[in-house]
Design a protein around this ligand. Structure first.
Ligand SMILES: NC(=O)c1ccc[n+]([C@@H]2O[C@H](COP(=O)([O-])OP(=O)(O)OC[C@H]3O[C@@H](n4cnc5c(N)ncnc54)[C@H](O)[C@@H]3O)[C@@H](O)[C@H]2O)c1
Length: 305
């Protein structure tokens, strides 16, 4: 194609995609049917993962639940069975260990089938200043929040590519868009998870495997217990989010093949501003929003949970 034609094609499609996204803001797109899909959720034993399990089961999907916590997993299985029409399977899997992921993934493929919606949700945080964070815990954060995504993709993506059908859902955080005080491990792991998910999405497009979709989710603080103690400085502007609401937004985004989901919407504006504002101005706004002191009251989950 010559320069003129290719430039014209690019401009026309660019304007079309802008208009399309504006239309979708007003008229939400059709939601795809997930009944019969095999949905694997890591970290399904509590919080967002557990609610996603219940909601996907109620939509008729077969859900495969992974967690390191047996008690939490049992509770999620019971609730998913009570609320859903689909089948519910559960496996203890330590997502910080590559071999454990590969072993349990093989078991899932044999016992349940090929996973068609993979939700990397398991996550941990230290909640301390970098120099006070033990090396072993820093490594653990990267293993659970980032490396587990590599190994689960290695395990389940080949079948999605072969069928040109699937969905990769990455539950990251707005901490993956902007650094923060006392969350260096968490931010590093979430930045990496976003870069990884975006790159695999690019690979799928380059391979013309456009039936394999990606949704990257970046929520602000959610009231699940993971960030227990953390308070928003301006709760009316940026409230700590309700887990039910977040899970519902995630399900809608997946069913509409939405590539990126920031919750609440103000994160879109904040991310845009950060891309061109002087650093001092960005830091001023972050300070105004309470970003420097937010983790001062952090308690997190008790160690034995
Ligand atoms: N809670 C928030 O404020 C918040 C905000 C933004 C993003 N997120 C992200 O949302 C996701 C879900 O968080 P949540 O708030 O529901 O937290 P949660 O603590 O309620 O759930 C996390 C789950 O992951 C499991 N898990 C931890 N380590 C594991 C491992 N090694 N192997 C397998 N499972 C493991 C835990 O047992 C738990 O069931 C996480 O990725 C988190 O980073 C949370």
């Amino acid at each position: 194609m010559n320069f003129f034609l290719e430039t014209l094609r690019c401009i026309v499609l660019f304007v079309y995609y802008l208009l399309e996204s504006l239309v979708f803001l007003v008229v939400p797109g059709r939601k795809k049917n997930v009944s019969g899909e095999i949905v694997l959720i890591t970290g399904a034993g509590s919080g967002i993962g557990r609610i996603l399990a219940i909601k996907f089961a109620s939509l008729g999907a077969t859900v495969v639940l992974w967690d390191i916590n047996q008690e939490g997993l049992n509770c999620a299985v019971r609730l998913a069975r009570e609320n859903g029409a689909g089948r519910v399977h559960s496996y203890i899997c330590d997502c910080s260990k590559r071999q454990d992921i590969y072993r349990v993934a093989d078991q899932v493929k044999k016992e349940v089938g090929d996973v068609s919606i993979l939700i990397n949700n398991a996550g941990i945080v230290i909640g301390k200043r970098f120099l006070d964070s033990p090396d072993s815990l820093l490594e653990k954060t990267m293993e659970v929040n980032t490396m587990a995504h590599f190994w689960t993709y290695k395990a389940f993506l080949p079948a999605m590519i072969a069928a040109n059908h699937g969905h990769l859902v990455s539950i990251t955080s707005c901490a993956g868009l902007c650094g923060g005080n006392q969350v260096s491990d968490y931010c590093a792991s979430k930045f990496a998870a976003i870069g990884f998910a975006e790159s695999i999405d690019m690979e799928m497009r380059a391979l013309r495997k456009t039936g394999v979709k990606t949704t990257i989710v970046c929520p602000f603080a959610i009231n699940t217990g993971m960030f227990d103690g953390v308070k928003s400085k301006w709760p009316r502007l940026a409230p700590v989010l309700d887990p039910e609401y977040v899970a519902e937004r995630i399900i809608s985004a997946v069913r509409q093949n939405q590539e990126v989901l920031f919750i609440p919407r103000i994160i879109y504006a904040a991310h845009f501003l950060k891309s061109f504002l002087p650093v001092k101005a960005t830091v001023l706004l972050l300070d105004y929003m309470g970003a420097f002191d937010m983790m001062n009251t952090f308690k997190g989950r008790p160690k034995n949970e």
